[in-house]
Structure formats: C-alpha cells, structure tokens
Design a protein around this ligand. Structure first.
Ligand SMILES: Cc1cc2nc3c(=O)[nH]c(=O)nc-3n(C[C@H](O)[C@H](O)[C@H](O)COP(=O)(O)O)c2cc1C
Length: 358
C-alpha cells in the first residue's frame, strides 16, 4: 500500500460520494426468494462487500415484464422495496454506497421464468438465438418476443422511472441503467435485433433513442447526479450484432451528454479495433468507471493514465468479500467455484471467507 494509491482516493460520481475507486460490478447471482425478493442472504453478501467505494447490485427487473432469468430480484412493488431496504441499510451502516442496476432483459427471457401475466417484449419480433436455464423446464430457447408498439414504448420507459422512484424509497443512492449484455436497451441499439422503421430504428440516433429516453426519465425522476449507465459496445453476448458500433455508441453518448449523469460504466469491447474506453472519453465529459479483466495494478495504471476515474471488479469480488482490503494491502486473491454462481442458497455465496486480520 502507498499513500498515493489512486484506487484509494475518494471520488464523487455525481451525488455519490465514494470513499475509494474500487467499484463492485453488477453480478446476477440468482438467489432471490419467491416474489423476486432479496433476503438475509443478500444483506450478508452485500454487507460483507460494503467497503467498496460503490456497489452496483445484480441486475434487477423494473417490472414483471423485465424478468427473464430465474430468481432475479425485482424492484417494482412494496414488498421488494422493504426487502431491498434491509440491504441498503446494512451497506450504509458500514459507510458504503450502493446503486441498483435496472435490468430489463427484453427478449432474453423464458416464459418459464416469469409470471404468466408477464410479456416478453423487444424492439422487433426477432428471437434471440440463445438458450437459458429455467428451474421448471431445464434449458429452453428464449421466447419469441412481441414487438413493442409506438404507444407502448413510453410505458416501458415509465416502468424504469417508477422503479427508480422505488429505488430511492428503498434507500439506494442511485440507479444504473443496464444497457449492455444484449438486454432491452442494447436490443434497440443493435442493428440485428432492431428492425424498426419508425423513430426507434434505422439510423444510429434512432436506435439510441430508447436508451436516451430511459436515461432522461431516470434523471427527471431521481436527479441526474444519481444515475449511471453501463455499456459494452459491440459485445455479441445474447445474440446482438451491430454493424456500426462507433456510430451507435457515439449517438447514445451524445444523446445523454446534456444530462450530466453521475457516471458512465464502460466494459472493454471484445472488438479488437474498437477502444471503448477512448470512445467513451471522446463522447462523455463525466466520470468513467472502467471494467473487464482488471486486477489491482492494471486498475491503478488505468486511473493514473487517465483512461477512467474508477475501476469495477466483478469476479474478484465473488471469492474475496474483503477484496478492497486485499487490493489495498497487496494480499493474494482467492478464486471461486463457477458451479455455484447461480444456485440458490448460501453455498458459493456466503461461504468465501475474508482473510484473518494480522
Ligand atoms: C456471475 C456473473 C454475473 C454477472 N451479472 C451481471 C449483471 O447482472 N449485470 C451486468 O451488467 N453484468 C454482469 N456481469 C458482468 C460483470 O459485471 C463484468 O462486466 C464481467 O465479469 C467482467 O468484469 P471482471 O473481469 O471484473 O469479472 C456478470 C458477471 C458474472 C461473472
């Protein structure tokens, strides 16, 4: 540890005052209870990691229609607000900051994983050619989605806004829009999943319109200083493909530039020729949180070089609840068992120990 360790300088991401620049990246862990409720498991899990400068929760559906996987938590009713409150209280009691990641999966969904009255919607009626696990029927193809009508789009935007309002009621410091991983906002952004011929399809600015409108609604509802967005330009995950990612993400970031949001969370692009971090810098004036494959030294180097202002870690946080201390003190990092990433219960979730204090 050195006194001038850039990972441990405090930072303000909009209204979010973070005591260090180690961000816990969002991770779906599929432990929600019936009713899509978080529980004591989540209180213990997030509470143990509260010394991160900022925790971004697992992807959380803003409506019943936004659910696609099994056992993901929701944030759209009073019981879910009360349950999340126990998590945010624990994190705040430990001096941490926590935002909820709003994840509407759109067409990456199986009807086996959602209530019967929930719909599977997307920009166009084009199925994602991927399979997903369901508790009731094993591996299943994703549903063929219904294309959202022009009249329905503002209602989906409003689902996000209402969820953001509930996030503040639940004690969250803010929200992060999940616009990566091939979920609903990225289905609008990508040219293979968006075949619309109206104002939401075609040119890059049109494909970006949905995500821009959601960001505007989130900022209007809880204030721009409490809103972030996560992107991963040109990631093909969940069967999205974009013929012109530079233009698409330039249009998105230009579209939200005036909002003055808290931060931009950028995942390294798998497309070799595309430097997503540099693209983010060109089109975004606020703080950038970098992600994907970092360890302590590369994170420090990236902050020192001005690539981004903070770095998020996902996998290292699984087996290292005390990751922040380990990074600070140069202690070895533990691995994790991938077989228990998404299984219910505490195994593989709460049983990774912190290192004993010297
Ligand atoms: C188990 C697991 C679940 C994940 N769930 C989410 C999620 O809900 N939302 C999201 O934006 N990214 C999710 N990711 C991606 C991570 O946030 C991160 O981008 C990725 O793991 C690369 O960062 P890392 O090298 O620090 O692990 C998940 C990753 C893992 C390993």
């Amino acid at each position: 540890m050195t006194d001038d360790d850039p990972l441990f300088e405090p930072i303000e991401l909009g209204e979010l005052r973070c005591r260090n620049r180690v961000v816990m990246a969002p991770m779906t862990r599929s432990r929600a209870a019936p009713g899509d409720l978080v529980s004591d498991l989540h209180v213990a899990y997030y509470g143990a990691r509260a010394d991160a400068g900022l925790i971004v929760t697992e992807g959380t559906q803003p409506s019943i229609h936004g659910k696609g996987y099994c056992r993901t938590p929701g944030l759209h009713d009073a019981a879910q607000v009360a349950a999340w409150r126990t998590v945010t209280d624990r994190v705040h009691a430990a001096g941490g900051r926590i935002v909820v990641q709003l994840m509407h999966v759109g067409r990456v969904a199986s009807r086996y994983n959602k209530p019967v009255e929930a719909r599977t919607v997307a920009p166009s009626a084009v199925a994602a050619r991927v399979q997903m696990y369901t508790d009731d029927a094993g591996m299943q193809d994703c549903d063929l989605p219904e294309a959202l009508s022009l009249a329905e789009i503002p209602r989906v935007v409003d689902e996000y806004a209402q969820s953001a309002r509930l996030a503040r009621e639940a004690g969250f410091d803010g929200v992060e829009l999940h616009a990566a991983s091939g979920y609903l906002p990225m289905q609008f952004l990508a040219s293979n999943s968006n075949a619309r011929r109206d104002a939401y399809g075609g040119a890059a600015a049109n494909r970006a319109r949905f995500a821009v409108e959601v960001m505007e609604a989130l900022c209007t509802t809880i204030g721009a200083g409490r809103v972030g967005i996560r992107i991963c330009p040109a990631n093909p995950f969940n069967d999205v493909a974009d013929a012109e990612p530079d233009l698409t993400y330039g249009a998105l970031l230009d579209g939200i530039a005036w909002l003055g949001i808290a931060y931009l969370h950028v995942i390294r692009s798998p497309l070799r020729r595309l430097d997503a971090f540099a693209l983010a810098r060109r089109h975004f004036g606020g703080p950038i949180v970098l992600n994907d494959g970092f360890h302590g030294d590369t994170a420090r180097a990236a902050i020192r070089a001005g690539v981004g202002e903070a770095v998020s870690f996902a996998r290292h946080f699984i087996g290292n609840p005390d990751l922040v201390r380990r990074l600070r003190d140069g202690l070895p990092l533990a691995g994790f068992d991938r077989h228990t990433l998404y299984t219910p219960g505490p195994k593989g979730y709460l049983d990774y120990p912190a290192l004993p204090l010297a």
